[in-house]
Design a binder for this molecule. Structure first.
Ligand code: NAG
Ligand code: NAG
Ligand code: NAG
Ligand code: NAG
Ligand code: NAG
Length: 499
């Protein structure tokens, strides 16, 4: 071969390489975004060896565990952030969960994550809990970017009957699925995702949003899961532990379905909880302080991981800061897409995750809510390693052990009496109302040492940042119950159509 021939073929090789790399790069990954409900820091095998969750452990340990991944202290606020990339205090969803009877939905002028993916060729499916409003069809998943939806609209329901109080709540797209009555929900969801994946054309990119019901109350689990935990003495914690294993089995089904379809190697799996473990119902966050419905780390720092193509294998724990608002831009960038929204709060961590480099996030707001305490609001922010808490931190303020039993009054399952409970709690311990806290989370991740009175300069700096965020806050939108929502008017179901 002459030099000239060599040069020519060299070019051919280069051109071929160029097209191959474009080809690989241009084929977007399949994406699963899984959200576990009320799963606490200490409720998963990779943080607590007493919990049996081999499928999740395997994914987390062969992917990247996000060691500082934060969410809101409650469900609808976190889901608002996942779907929009905006802080709830800028959407009006910061105060509480959305009640079944409330004429509220995630603001309709916002573009949701599935819409961006769908516009770029993804087939988009949701299986599980919505809880972002359903008073009219425009609020529901298939009007907000999902090709299909199977699951429930409200906050919680019975794992077998699919009833939330007086209303049945299980839907497939616009239909009520009465046949869902009687099947334990993690089985139902496993069957649903097997079908969605089985029927998917692998040439199209898939986006599967999988906000599973587990492990929210009510405490219900098939007996064989309960029997896996003979050493857990507290009945509630034993049922709860079984529920985590049922959740884990659903993840096993997910992985198997992807493998059977030959899609697994091209799939990215993103996993997070929506808030910390709920102490009265045996969720646990030890050694973190507090739990769901509190601004402490136990309410907001949750199990999370990323697994799949591009994610460094088995690199242990990623120490960078991540917040619920970051999932949207991270997933969009992982999909190889661009979506610019200058008003968004989230930043993409995709490059940090794939290169194990520092997180672009250095500050985050836990919550801002002037209605949680009418006198002065509650607020918490982290800047670098320092966390400032102003006002009532929440209903659960201690360090709870896994088998601790809660004997105080409980919020109603729909949380509609939350404000009253907070007032009662403050009545008993008035100091909480005027609470001021400053914690160095690098030195003291479990929030034992309040430095507020020792470090006025740091306090002043963080208060300055809070003031900036207050200037961007909009009031929380939580109207009273609307009688038009009553399931009696909708053939016994929670159904859209009343606003
Ligand atoms: C669910 O099934 C049970 C047992 O068959 C039945 O008693 C109940 O009425 C059903 N619930 C609904 C909402 O159809
Ligand atoms: C997926 O990746 C594994 C490990 O690299 C490999 O053994 C397997 O053959 C791949 N499967 C497919 C369907 O490409
Ligand atoms: C994860 O966070 C804990 C603090 O809660 C810390 O002790 C541990 O070193 C962190 N792990 C890594 C690898 O960053
Ligand atoms: C909320 O409370 C903060 C702190 O007291 C205050 O600065 C801010 O003006 C209040 N915002 C609204 C909208 O009420
Ligand atoms: C009304 O609800 C019952 C179950 O309670 C169901 O069998 C029936 O099909 C429903 N009717 C309509 C029109 O959906």
């Amino acid at each position: 071969m002459s030099w000239k021939d060599w040069k020519l073929s060299g070019h051919v090789v280069l051109v071929l390489l160029f097209f191959t790399s474009i080809g690989t790069w241009a084929k977007p990954p399949h994406i699963v975004f899984m959200v576990a409900d009320d799963l606490g820091w200490n409720d998963i095998g990779f943080n607590n060896p007493d919990i049996i969750s081999p499928n999740i452990n395997q994914l987390a340990q062969s992917g990247l565990i996000l060691n500082h991944s934060y969410v809101q202290p409650m469900c609808s606020p976190s889901r608002s952030a996942f779907m929009t990339g905006w802080y709830p205090f800028r959407l009006g969803t910061q105060h509480n969960v959305i009640f079944s009877q409330q004429n509220v939905c995630l603001p309709l002028d916002k573009t949701l994550l599935p819409q961006v993916l769908k516009q770029n060729g993804y087939k988009t499916h949701a299986i599980g809990k919505w809880h972002l409003g359903f008073c009219k069809w425009e609020c529901t998943p298939t009007y907000r970017g999902f090709d299909t939806f199977q699951g429930y609209y409200t906050s919680r329901e019975d794992y077998y009957t699919k009833k939330n109080h007086v209303g049945f709540d299980f839907h497939k797209n616009k239909d009520v699925v009465w046949e869902a009555n009687g099947t334990y929900s993690s089985y139902l969801y496993s069957a649903a995702l097997e079908k969605v994946i089985g029927e998917h054309d692998p040439n199209d990119p898939l986006f599967l949003y999988f906000p599973i019901q587990s492990v929210h109350e009510p405490l219900e689990v098939p007996e064989h899961y309960y029997n896996l935990y003979p050493n857990v003495k507290t009945k509630g914690r034993r049922i709860f532990s079984g529920m985590v294993t049922a959740l884990d089995d659903a993840v096993g089904h997910l992985v198997n379905s992807l493998k059977m379809k030959g899609m697994y190697n091209d799939t990215l799996i993103f996993f997070t909880a929506d808030n910390g473990g709920w102490i009265p119902y045996h969720g646990n966050n030890f050694p973190l302080r507090g739990g769901k419905i509190s601004l402490w780390e136990g309410g907001t720092r949750v199990p999370a991981f990323v697994h799949g193509k591009g994610v460094p294998q088995g690199s242990g724990r990623f120490d960078g800061l991540m917040h619920a608002v970051d999932w949207f831009p991270t997933i969009v960038e992982a999909a190889g897409l661009k979506y610019e929204d200058p008003n968004r709060d989230g930043v993409s961590l995709w490059k940090s995750i794939t290169h194990l480099s520092a997180s672009p996030r250095t500050e985050m707001v836990y919550n801002l809510d002037n209605r949680s305490l009418p006198e002065n609001g509650h607020a918490a922010i982290r800047v670098g390693d320092m966390k400032l808490v102003i006002g009532f931190p929440g209903l659960f303020n201690d360090w709870y052990k896994p088998e601790q039993v809660w004997t105080e009054p409980l919020p109603k399952p729909d949380y509609s009496d939350l404000d009253d409970l907070i007032k009662q709690e403050i009545g008993k311990k008035p100091d909480w109302k005027i609470f001021r806290g400053l914690f160095d989370l690098a030195a003291d991740p479990y929030e034992h040492q309040n430095l507020y009175w020792q470090k006025p300069d740091v306090v002043a700096k963080l208060k300055g940042r809070l003031q900036y965020h207050y200037s961007r806050m909009i009031p929380a939108n939580y109207p009273p119950a609307d009688p038009a929502s009553d399931p009696k008017k909708w053939n016994g179901t929670w159904s859209p159509g009343w606003c």
